[in-house]
Write a protein that binds this ligand. Structure first.
Ligand code: UDP
Ligand code: MG
Length: 149
């Protein structure tokens, strides 16, 4: 119980959630992307290879359900395995968004993960939480407290 409370507390400011999306896994980019994540000072505190069901993806991306790209997004995110992970670093959410770059790889800064590995605005290699609250929600969607160190 104390472990669970400690993990919840840490997620408030020091943790973020990521997925290496199906295109990254298909292209054999897991190792290269994890290398960049480690080199940027993030510590992996939970990680697994898993595949989202249609229902998982619809729930995870529920905020986008009225958007024109929603159907395509669900197809993409369920078509193969992903790597889900929880990352720890000071200022994790903001620093990780900077590391991955803009949603559209054409607009992403040089050296960012999306600039290097994304194909398009749809197939953009990685997910990164956009707030501390969403980092907690998204981490809890994929991992229990016992999977998280
Ligand atoms: N997406 C898309 N078309 C768009 C915008 C987004 O297919 O015009 C996909 C893309 O995979 C993106 C995800 O939907 O990563 C979630 O969109 P969001 O705007 O939250 O971008 P992110 O937070 O991932 O940068
Ligand atoms: Mg987003």
């Amino acid at each position: 119980m104390h472990q669970i409370l400690r993990n919840l507390d840490k997620m408030i400011t020091n943790r973020t959630f990521t997925m290496l999306k199906p295109d990254s896994v298909e292209k054999g980019n897991i190792g290269a992307i994890l290398e960049k994540i480690n080199a940027a000072g993030f510590k992996i505190v939970a990680m697994k290879l898993t595949q989202m069901t249609r229902r998982d993806a619809e729930t995870f991306y529920a905020i986008h359900k009225e958007r024109p790209f929603f159907g395509e997004l669900v197809e993409y995110m369920t078509r193969g395995p992903i790597v889900a992970a929880v990352l720890e670093k000071e200022n994790a959410v903001e620093d990780f968004r900077a590391l991955i770059g803009a949603t559209n790889p054409e607009e992403a800064a040089e050296g960012t993960i999306r600039k290097l590995y994304a194909t398009s605005i749809s197939e953009n290699a990685v997910h990164g939480s956009d707030s501390d609250e969403n980092a907690s929600i998204e981490s809890a969607f994929h991992f229990s407290g016992r999977d998280t160190f």
